[in-house]
Design a protein around this ligand. Sequence first.
Ligand code: FES
Length: 69
Amino acid sequence: MYVCLCHSVTDRDIHQAVVNGVNTLRELSNQLKVATCCGKCASCARDVMQEAQVPCGKTSDKEACTKDM
Ligand code: FES
């Protein structure tokens, strides 16, 4: 799913960034430009990033972001 429409960033892009060592929204913004235009994606991007940071084998109790962009 698209998280950031302004920069065409998907949840997969964010998951890959976390795998590559991104730990904060600022780092994510620097790498993928998430939340650097209109900023409406910041909350959803943070949720997706935190979900990606859940250790392997565990599931997050958070559901996929369904916020309207
Ligand atoms: S939707 Fe991400 S900056 Fe606009």
